[in-house]
Write a protein of this length. Structure first.
Ligand SMILES: NC(=O)c1ccc[n+]([C@@H]2O[C@H](COP(=O)([O-])OP(=O)(O)OC[C@H]3O[C@@H](n4cnc5c(N)ncnc54)[C@H](OP(=O)(O)O)[C@@H]3O)[C@@H](O)[C@H]2O)c1
Length: 347
């Protein structure tokens, strides 16, 4: 099979670097075009990008010239790790020019005709793409993945739908890398907790309903769960931890919920997609896990870890969930979306 050329919008940023790492040896995709801001355009990738991942910068991109975010020379499939201040207009322009944009940015996520996809949970939401084609003035397509903290929450909640998921209270302890580079100043975050991540709480509360929801003639019917979120930034490099309490209609035992989490799997596992983790949700029995430093990289960062499931005297059940924010919560999520689209004949 010949590989599909792909481009990366925002290739120099935190998520962009993770895209480069995820795609360097990908069996289906090959990076042939990269773009970023005017600050980087015209420079070789090695000069434009202070590489900050612990893996080596792949040699295949080192001498590639960073282009402007214009669709003219880009391949049909582009991943977007653009800053939200520009992502909306740029992604629309690419879709208008016939490109398929697989985006991390928030700008198009709540558009009723743009699929907001976690392939294990709602692969069927890709059917919105045909409605998008009919209703929008663009021949291309836009597909999004959720906010990094929403991915962790939604993956942990999806297996609980079978018990009638009704109310959720979640408090997050979010890694610094979630804010991009340079992110929060070290003097603000070291030895500290910042009790707010700007704009994050509404995303957790609405994107979760959207992802767990079902597609109808108008778009997505949100899943009837009420989510209340409180978000914090903590001095952790990678891995968002979330403390979750959930009210369920039924009264399963703790063992039954653990079974549901452990047995959860979806379309990526059925199709054997290259980036699909064998176990999308890993339940850890140790009472002091999951921990971001020890567990964020499990299954190349694509698994969400859950632990400490126990009864909650106020809200039914409580547990801890944790996932890698720039992999499962960003670049890895988008690559998995593109793999799903390819496998389903949508590219
Ligand atoms: N970090 C995470 O964990 C995470 C998770 C999920 C979603 N996201 C979303 O993913 C996107 C990227 O986040 P990030 O953390 O990678 O941010 P980042 O490190 O600040 O990178 C932003 C990227 O956007 C480019 N850019 C900025 N302004 C631009 C402009 N005016 N025109 C063209 N390109 C421009 C930057 O290029 P230069 O280097 O040339 O400035 C850089 O490549 C955001 O929308 C964010 O909300 C991030």
């Amino acid at each position: 099979m010949s590989k599909i050329d792909v481009g990366i919008l925002g290739a120099t940023g935190t998520v962009g670097q993770e895209f480069i790492a995820q795609l360097a040896d990908h069996p289906w995709f090959t990076v042939s075009w990269i773009a970023a801001s005017e600050r980087s355009a015209g420079k070789a990738y090695r000069d434009a990008t202070p590489w900050r991942l612990s893996c080596h910068r792949p040699e295949c991109v080192a001498d590639m010239v960073v282009e402007r975010v214009m669709p003219t020379r880009a391949p049909k499939l582009v991943f977007s790790g653009l800053d939200a201040s520009v992502a909306g207009d740029v992604e629309t322009e690419f879709a208008r020019s016939g490109h398929v944009v697989v985006s991390n940015a928030r700008n198009h996520r709540m558009d009723p005709l743009v699929p907001l996809v976690i392939p294990e949970i709602n692969a069927d939401h890709l059917q919105l793409l045909s409605m998008q084609g009919a209703a929008r003035d663009w021949p291309g397509r836009i597909v999004t993945n959720p906010n990094c903290s929403t991915v962790v929450l939604a993956m942990a909640l999806a297996p609980l739908r079978t018990f009638g998921l009704r109310q959720v209270v979640v408090s997050t302890l979010q890694a610094i890398s979630g804010g991009g580079y340079p992110g929060v100043a070290s003097l603000d975050v070291l030895g500290n907790v910042i009790p707010m991540v700007r704009g994050e709480e509404p995303k957790l509360e609405t994107e979760t309903q959207q992802i767990l929801g079902s597609v109808n003639a108008e778009g997505v019917e949100p899943y009837p769960v009420t989510v209340s979120a409180a978000t914090t930034r903590v001095p952790v490099i990678n891995g968002h931890t979330e403390l979750v309490s959930a009210v369920l209609d039924k009264s399963p035992t703790v063992a039954e919920i653990v079974d549901a989490l452990r047995n959860f799997s979806g379309r990526p596992q059925e199709l054997g997609l290259p980036s699909a983790p064998s176990q999308p949700v890993l339940y850890l029995d140790e009472e002091d896990r999951p921990q971001p430093r020890l567990d964020a990289d499990r299954n190349q960062g694509m698994t969400v870890c859950v632990g400490r499931l126990r009864p909650c005297p106020v809200l039914g059940y409580k547990f801890v969930a944790m996932g890698h924010n720039t992999v499962r919560g960003a670049a890895g999520a988008a690559v998995l979306n593109a793999e799903l689209m390819k496998a389903e004949g949508l590219l």
